[in-house]
Design a protein. Structure first.
Ligand SMILES: [Zn+2]
Length: 460
């Protein structure tokens, strides 16, 4: 048994059911779980390890609900800089087809390092192409060096160009292989217990890259083992046209026809939905991974975030793949979500009273990235700092240039002001970022290897 005492936070933000914010707060942690939360003076004075968080704001660790780690190798690719989704994909598929298992490992660690430094303690990833012998196992093995929780999605593509899909045939796989490998991964890695560091998700890539039959078979398999389902949906108008032309349904109705709705399903993006489709999400319990930077980058549109929240739909945030962001800074995504929701409210002519009733607040945006993300991923053990939950938390030093003049409201400062790296990131009671430095990776060496791999991919 090991104990950790976190004490003297300038402000401890719990995100519990009462949204308590505790000045001078602290936490007692035993074997990775929170045993006590309160003012530091009320907590025991000793533990195996004690961390004094004076001058820091302590928050629940952030949760990323959508990413493609491998895309860190293809950021800002010149030919894909000024393209919408379908053209961006068609430019990048042939480059991605050159990846090997080493590339998967390197890019996984790059993305996780960025996530950890920007406050993420649970990351979902969606890997959907496996060229040159790559496997999801490569990602899983590489991830442990950084030490944050991983929801590894076994993605898939089976509908190549010759069958009417968007990706070239060279990057798609047979549905038989996909299902066999999906079951193997669940059996080998999926941990359903509270505090799990690794869970498996099944994630056929999108309506335009897999068949309806693979979607159905994947759902059947996932439900047999109690794992969750994830895909891209209603991201662009091109996709909507594709599902109408090919299947005769709008994207959400197509999912309903495949039994792809329910509390075990979450969709990335869901930008182009109508009010009755929002009601379907709310009624069925489907979650949404809102990815504001990617939606802006690819000119996809503005997701109806406030409408989702009003309808009671579970919403989390995602940085999305690093070829459409082009970064994995999760705290920055919280800020983007707040700003973009405000832009949409303004465009829709919301009443902008002095109390700002229609404007997404900093606290609501942080809630999406914590409690919201946990709900979307179906995890009851993370997302807030409460007794019995995992000890996943971050600390940010408030005494910095970027927050100067904003300390009358430290919670607002971390969202409104320029996004920062965290000083501490603690996952399951283990320090992953210590005084602003990543513990598990030699970053300068790693960056060199990453740039070498990226160069090789682009040069072909
Ligand atoms: Zn994506």
């Amino acid at each position: 048994m090991t104990t950790l005492l976190i004490k003297n936070a300038q402000l401890l933000v719990t995100m519990d059911d009462h949204r308590r914010e505790i000045p001078g707060g602290g936490l007692c942690i035993r074997d990775g779980f929170i045993e006590q939360v309160g003012e530091s003076v009320e907590l025991p004075t000793s533990a195996d390890e004690v961390l004094d968080m004076s001058g820091q704001i302590v928050l629940p660790g952030l949760i990323n609900t959508h990413h493609h780690f491998y895309q860190t190798l293809t950021r800002a690719v010149p030919a894909a800089q000024n393209a919408n989704l379908f053209n961006w994909l068609k430019t990048l598929y042939p480059i991605w087809a050159r990846m090997n298992p080493d590339d998967i490992r390197i890019s996984t660690q790059t993305a996780l390092a960025e996530l950890a430094l920007s406050g993420c303690t649970t990351a979902s990833d969606h890997l959907y192409l496996f060229p040159n012998g790559s496997k999801l196992d490569d990602e899983i093995e590489a991830a442990s060096a950084v030490g944050i929780r991983l929801q590894a999605s076994r993605g898939s593509m089976s509908l190549g160009q010759s069958k009417g899909g968007l990706p070239p045939d060279s990057v798609v796989d047979s549905e038989e292989n996909i299902l066999i490998d999906s079951e193997r991964l669940i059996k080998k890695y999926h941990d359903p217990k509270p505090g799990a560091m690794l869970q498996i998700v099944l994630a056929p890539c999108s309506p335009f890259s897999v068949t309806g039959d693979l979607m159905k078979q994947s759902a059947k398999l996932a439900r047999q083992y109690g794992v969750h389902l994830h895909t891209h949906l209603a991201e662009t108008q091109d996709e909507e046209q594709f599902t109408l032309d090919t299947f005769g349904y709008r994207p959400v109705a197509y999912m309903q026809s495949l039994d792809w709705v329910g509390p075990d399903v979450w969709f990335a993006h869901s930008v182009h939905v109508k009010q009755d489709e929002i009601e379907v999400y709310a009624h069925e319990g489907c979650g949404v991974a809102h990815c504001p930077s990617s939606n802006m980058r690819l000119a996809s549109g503005i997701a109806p975030l406030r409408e989702y929240m009003k309808a009671g739909v579970k919403v989390g945030l995602g940085v999305d793949g690093s070829a459409s962001n082009d970064g994995s800074h999760l705290l920055a995504e919280v800020r983007q979500a707040m700003l973009l929701a405000r832009l949409r409210a303004g465009l829709e002519g919301a009443s902008l009273s002095s109390t700002g009733g229609e404007l997404l607040t900093a606290r609501q945006a942080l809630e999406l990235a914590t409690r919201g993300g946990a709900a979307v991923l179906g995890r009851k053990d993370v997302g807030s700092l409460e007794v019995g939950k995992c000890a996943d938390l971050i600390g940010i030093n408030l005494n910095r240039l970027d927050y100067a003049g904003a300390l009358h409201d430290p919670v607002a400062a971390v969202v409104f002001c320029q996004p920062q790296h965290v000083d501490y990131n603690i996952v399951h009671g283990k320090v992953v970022v210590n005084q602003g430095k990543l513990v598990g990776l030699d970053l300068p060496k790693h960056i060199e290897a990453h740039n070498r791999a990226a160069r090789r991919l682009l040069e072909g």
